[in-house]
Ligand binder design. Structure first.
Ligand code: GLA
Length: 354
């Protein structure tokens, strides 16, 4: 990992310098104002598949977290935030700790955080926060490989900060998102295929209820999938018929969701790419049904919103998105249809500017 201050010092050494001028250059580099922008995400299809190495199709969105900062000459950071809760400091410590454990020389920064991602809505405000911090702390991110490595580190930071055994989807899409595209991610191999969002549709996200994944429910689902895998092996490779051999009824239901959801992601990508929006929409409704009845992560309120959307002219498909237990639903709709919610657009992955 690059230590920005060390780099600054090395740059300074290429010209004839005096110790005083070196100190001045260092001070100049440190006091340069930089800005990191890290997007939130919405997942079009493929939920509760990432932590068993399955398929997901998220897109980075135009809601983002911004960290405006300068490097300090010490190691301590002073980061202010107007619209984050007390968890912010846990994320800062977790990102710093993971980066240090990975051998990075983490500099101190002085900065101000702000976000347009609604916190607690399931649009990955925490992944955006972690990513913004890591880039400000100098994590390498110029190549795709560096971004994948950083996503793994930040997944550990998330787990460390809130104790939730989350998958890698949120951190990875925040780093590798691409304008006009969703990303098909194979969470087993971490291969990424950018999938163009067709013209003529809007993506609408409707907030239903605040949620938190810090409770035990998410961890329970992870454990139930692991239990299913003890009988039928990796769910990412399993055949749907294999679930019949899982004795535990709950684990069997969870496995049925995961295996069928991986199939739906594949079919959705084909449908979207070939312009078959009717099939794509139906797959979203099917995904919601499976999350509600097999994976038990929806809520009556979310189910009611999906039912309403199913009856709304111009709605092509809709489903809950993200971890569930509240949060948001996502719909693809015919362009310009009048429907309540945020019309979100695609965004590039996190970036840093001066
Ligand atoms: C949360 C987690 C992700 C993923 C989704 C469900 O957003 O952070 O890793 O498991 O839930 O798809």
């Amino acid at each position: 990992m690059v230590d920005s201050l060390t780099a600054a010092t090395q740059q300074g050494q290429s010209e004839p310098t005096s110790p005083r001028r070196d100190r001045y250059r260092l001070w100049q580099m440190a006091s340069m104002i930089r800005r990191v922008r890290a997007p939130g995400r919405v997942n079009l299809i493929g939920d509760h598949t990432d932590y068993t190495g399955g398929l997901v199709l998220p897109m980075a969105i135009n809601f983002a977290t911004t960290l405006t900062y300068e490097l300090t000459l010490g190691r301590a950071s002073d980061i202010q935030s107007s619209n984050f809760d007390q968890n912010t400091s846990r994320y800062i410590s977790a990102v710093e700790a993971e980066m240090r454990e990975a051998g990075c020389d983490v500099p101190g920064i002085r900065g101000e955080l702000s976000t347009t991602i609604p916190v607690g809505a399931g649009l990955s405000s925490s992944a955006a926060l972690e990513t913004a911090l890591a880039l400000a702390f100098g994590a390498p991110s110029s190549t795709h490989e560096e971004r994948v490595a950083l996503a793994k580190l930040l997944q550990r930071a998330e787990q460390r900060a809130v104790g939730v055994p989350c998958g890698i989807m949120d951190q990875l899409i925040c780093l590798i998102g691409r304008k006009d595209h969703a990303a098909l991610i194979d969470c087993g191999t971490l291969d990424v295929t950018h999938v163009r969002i067709p013209d003529g549709i809007d993506v609408v996200v409707r907030f239903v209820a605040e949620r938190t994944l810090a409770g035990s429910e998410y961890a329970d689902r992870v454990a139930q999938c692991a239990l299913a895998e003890q009988t039928i092996g990796p769910l990412r490779l399993a055949d749907i018929d294999a679930v019949l051999s899982i004795e535990d009824v709950t684990a069997r239901k969870r496995a049925r969701h995961v295996i069928s959801e991986n199939g739906r992601v594949r079919e959705f990508v084909v449908a979207l790419s070939s312009g078959d929006l009717t099939t794509a929409g139906q797959l979203m409704f099917d995904s919601h049904q499976s999350l509600a009845t097999e994976f038990d992560v929806s809520t009556p309120q979310m189910d009611a919103v999906i039912d309403e959307m199913r009856r709304t002219p111009g709605v092509i498909g809709a489903r809950m998105t993200g971890g569930g237990f509240g949060g948001c639903v996502v719909a693809i709709v015919e362009r310009g249809v009048d429907i309540a919610g945020w019309r979100v657009s695609t965004a590039d992955g996190a970036s840093i500017s001066e």
